[in-house]
Ligand binder design. Sequence first.
Ligand SMILES: Cc1cc2nc3c(=O)[nH]c(=O)nc-3n(C[C@H](O)[C@H](O)[C@H](O)COP(=O)(O)OP(=O)(O)OC[C@H]3O[C@@H](n4cnc5c(N)ncnc54)[C@H](O)[C@@H]3O)c2cc1C
Length: 323
Amino acid sequence: MSVLVLVEHAGGVFKKKSLEAVQYAANIAKATGTTVTAVAVGDADNAAMQALGQYGANKVLHTTDSRLNEFNSRAYTKVMLAAAAKEGAKVIVGLHDTVGKAVTPRLAARLKAGLVAGAVSYPDLSKGFVVKKNVFSGKAFAYVNVTSDVKVITLMPNTYPVVKGEGSATVENLDVTFEDKDFSIKVVEVSKASGSVPLSEAELVVSGGRGMKGPENWYVLEDLAKELGAALACSRPVADSHWRPHNEHVGQTGGTIRPNLYIAVGISGAIQHLAGVNGSKTIVVINKDPEAPFFKAADYGVLGDAMEIVPRLTEAVKKFKGQ
Ligand SMILES: Cc1cc2nc3c(=O)[nH]c(=O)nc-3n(C[C@H](O)[C@H](O)[C@H](O)COP(=O)(O)OP(=O)(O)OC[C@H]3O[C@@H](n4cnc5c(N)ncnc54)[C@H](O)[C@@H]3O)c2cc1C
């Protein structure tokens, strides 16, 4: 019996959010007196898999089929089911991201397991297996007691800081026999996210909304982001209008981020937007409407026109850096 965790890599290298999931699984394993088995698929790098031991994995099960380099919820579920059977897993951890949100419900259904989607705490074992999760787009929390034999959890990314320790995981092959129907979903195109700082891992984020009026004005946000070394994000209508790429869209239907600093420019602060950013440590809101709901969630608010305020902020950052 072990705690199973699905890890994701890009070009063989594990993403920070996966290291967080391994660490999360390791802490559950510690509390329940068991070990952690990570499950990696596709062309994962061997040294990187071993290095998952530094975050608490004891073992990595690796299914090498190169077709798994492209995400496929059916095939990934099959791998996880095989791993769960091999390990006799009672707790399975995934991330509350595109991959985890697609795989874990399938897995939970197949295993007749209770599923907590979007966990923001470790299970409280003193009361059963109680996990805190976001509900109503982050407006409230629910405490869910999972009573099924097998328990599946997706962890909200950036809930816990990742701490690197010592250790090396053993890597074992996990052979899975696939059928053609497992790959009936075809990935037609993969668009790589641009920008030097990946949004999901960024400590500083500059984000724009419809108040920016159009893509031609984005240069002011790009200048500020460049000076700060920040990633760019946006509200959903901005991505829907093709002003910015969809990978920059944050919120209930986009990415969930928890940077140290989130600067929201010309964004009203709708509940669906806040759902993706209200875990940010410090929120700065720049808006010309004093009644904008975002001001209620802000640590600092600047009332004014984005095209006037943001360049002044960029100049101030430049000046500060020059000192
Ligand atoms: C099921 C569902 C899911 C959704 N998921 C998401 C999601 O994941 N992410 C998301 O963002 N939204 C999501 N939405 C949409 C959400 O409800 C809002 O409509 C959206 O967030 C509004 O985007 P916005 O703030 O950019 O635009 P607006 O609401 O149009 O706000 C623009 C803001 O800019 C300000 N402004 C205007 N001009 C200036 C200026 N010159 N200088 C400074 N400020 C200015 C205005 O005062 C206003 O506050 C979802 C909606 C639904 C129904």
